[in-house]
Design a protein around this ligand. Structure first.
Ligand code: NOJ
Length: 560
């Protein structure tokens, strides 16, 4: 297998709005991030993925960009960015920028020019269509609900927006637009940044016939995803981007690619494909999705999770590369979702970290995950800020597809604001995030769960993550070993091996609040064993071929 620094790295995602406020306006900012660089160095991460920091009217918290080469007012100035980049580099940390080029903001000068007239030079930089029989050009639903088309009176046409109506989709069919994007990317790389996380990058090529989407019973709008996910020219566009920009530098790239299968992921990340280093897949995040997607949760089994993860581990083993994540700014907190955020918060957070970081791929840590931050359950919908959550609430409750109670429960379980409450630094007012009024309320458990406390406790989740990162630097097998699932059908234990040359890792994780017996299957040969990491005390002469695993216990043995 080819060795690369980005395979050996651990990435830490920062959602700047919620990380650290330096000026008391209640909104996290760049200076706040810079002030925490030492903390991140102590954790040991190699790369920061910065969610968007560009100029934006914040309809979708920065995922609606109005100037790709300027900084959002609330976050600071270009000088603040330069300082952040320099401080990161001084600390041996790289910076991976979010790149949001499926769409821009409707306040971007390109869009303003585009919508001004049908003859505008930038008309074709966005996707404009006349209506059909007095209605939208087709029935596609936007990811944030409602029609994906918005009527604009100036030229009496509709523009496409797969997300909010303030996020018009860019038209990648237009070569001058593509060239402008490559220039902008080059400008950032020349400034010294180290890579890109590409927002919904597999949506940029649309089926230009814009066929009607599949319409499900009782729904107003259809699902057009098969006409814009992994569209007809997607690989051509990415190969062009690679040739024009990425191939010229030693940078890291990860594409956010909802709906991709391992087979498709190989096309995006395969060694000779000249596209991306890795992609974010969503299959494990979609477990339990029902008829209303994540808003109607269905029960699922541990074996479903194991099968999904294993399909990805085996699918990209020979070619391509996995990104490993449980959390990001769009997902609920994993300790609440797959662990137990009450009685076993610490144990289950450590177990989940073990299970993920020992797999093959590049691990991502989302801010607060390293201290076991949990979901929040605000009582009133008015306490929520996320556009996706608010639009879904409006739609689903008013169309009586879900009751208010069902929807609030779904928001508590799966809503994006679970990840966006302020980072919990200490037990002072507002968790030390801001001296002002935070833009979104702090999780009330901050007195119990915070960085200051974690740093004082040698058994904390923080130091466990630090150790996992350290182990990765010491043992090639954690990065490069091949993965095999064992005990496939066990509904409490997720166990697997990693193999490299004559070494093996044995990873054993109890995903339940009950104790259970682990029995090593036949056929795993070894002469010596070494316990690398564990989240409970283990008696040094205990045999690992058969033992009782405590609730959410995790152990990793190195066998030789
Ligand atoms: C995916 C991002 O992760 C999410 O936060 C955003 O709302 C959409 N893409 C639209 O940019």
């Amino acid at each position: 297998m080819n060795q690369s620094w980005w395979k050996e790295s651990v990435i830490y995602q920062i959602y700047p709005r919620s990380f650290k406020d330096s000026n008391g306006d209640g909104i996290g900012d760049l200076k706040g991030i810079t002030s925490k660089m030492e903390y991140l160095r102590t954790l040991g991460i190699d790369v920061i993925w910065l969610s968007p920091i560009y100029k934006s009217p914040n309809d979708d918290n920065g995922y609606d960009i109005s100037d790709y080469q300027d900084i959002m007012d609330e976050f600071g100035t270009t000088e603040d960015f330069d300082e952040l980049l320099e401080t990161a580099h001084q600390n041996g940390i790289k910076i991976m920028m979010d790149l949001v080029v499926n769409h821009s903001s409707d306040e971007h000068s390109w869009f303003i020019e585009s919508k001004s007239s049908k003859d505008s030079k930038k008309r074709d930089w966005y996707i404009w269509k006349p209506g059909k029989n007095g209605k939208e050009p087709n029935n596609w639903e936007a990811c944030f609900k409602g029609s994906a088309w918005e009527y604009d009176e100036t030229t009496e046409e509709y523009y496409l927006h797969l997300f909010s109506k303030k996020q018009p989709d860019l038209n990648w069919e237009n070569p001058s637009l593509r060239k402008e994007i490559y220039n902008m990317m080059t400008w950032w790389v020349e400034k010294g940044i180290d890579g890109f996380r590409m927002d919904v990058i597999n949506f940029i090529s649309k089926d230009t016939r814009f066929p009607e989407g599949e319409l499900f019973e009782g729904k107003l709008y259809g699902n057009g995803s098969k006409y814009y996910m992994n569209g007809p020219r997607i690989h051509e566009f990415l190969q062009e981007m690679n040739k024009e920009v990425l191939s010229k530098y030693d940078i890291i790239t990860v594409g956010e690619t909802p709906g991709v299968t391992p087979e498709e992921a190989k096309l995006y990340t395969g060694h000779n494909r000249n596209e991306l280093n890795m992609v974010f897949q969503f299959e494990h995040m979609g477990l339990g999705d029902g008829i209303e997607g994540k808003w109607s949760n269905q029960p699922w089994k541990l074996s479903d999770l194991k099968q999904t993860m294993t399909r990805w581990q085996k699918g990209l083993e020979e070619d391509g590369w996995n990104s490993l994540y449980w959390n990001n700014h769009d997902q609920p907190r994993v300790v609440s979702r797959f662990g137990n955020d009450q009685e076993y918060r610490v144990e289950s957070a450590k177990m989940l970290a073990t299970c993920l970081h020992m797999m093959q791929g590049t691990p991502y840590i989302y801010q607060g995950e390293e201290i076991g931050m949990t979901n929040v359950a605000f009582e009133s919908i008015d306490q929520y800020k996320d556009i996706e959550t608010l639009n879904a609430y409006k739609d689903l409750v008013s169309e009586q597809r879900l009751s208010r109670e069902e929807m609030m429960k779904a928001i508590h379980d799966r809503g994006r604001d679970n990840a966006r409450t302020p980072m919990q630094w200490d037990n002072t007012t507002n968790a030390g995030f801001t001296t002002g009024t935070p833009w979104i309320e702090v999780n009330p458990n901050y007195k119990e769960v915070n960085v200051e406390k974690s740093l004082k406790d040698k058994d904390s989740i923080f130091y466990y993550y630090q150790k996992l990162i350290h182990l990765r630097k010491e043992h090639d097998i954690i990065v490069y070993g091949s993965y095999d699932l064992i005990l496939d059908n066990d509904e409490q234990i997720y166990a697997y091996t990693r193999s490299l040359h004559d070494e093996k890792l044995l990873v054993i994780c109890n995903f339940s609040s009950e104790s259970t017996t682990f029995t090593l299957p036949n056929g795993i040969d070894y002469t010596s064993s070494n316990l690398l990491i564990h989240n409970y005390e283990v008696n040094s002469n205990e045999s690992f071929t058969e033992f009782v695993l405590k609730p959410f216990e995790a152990r990793v043995y190195k066998l030789q």
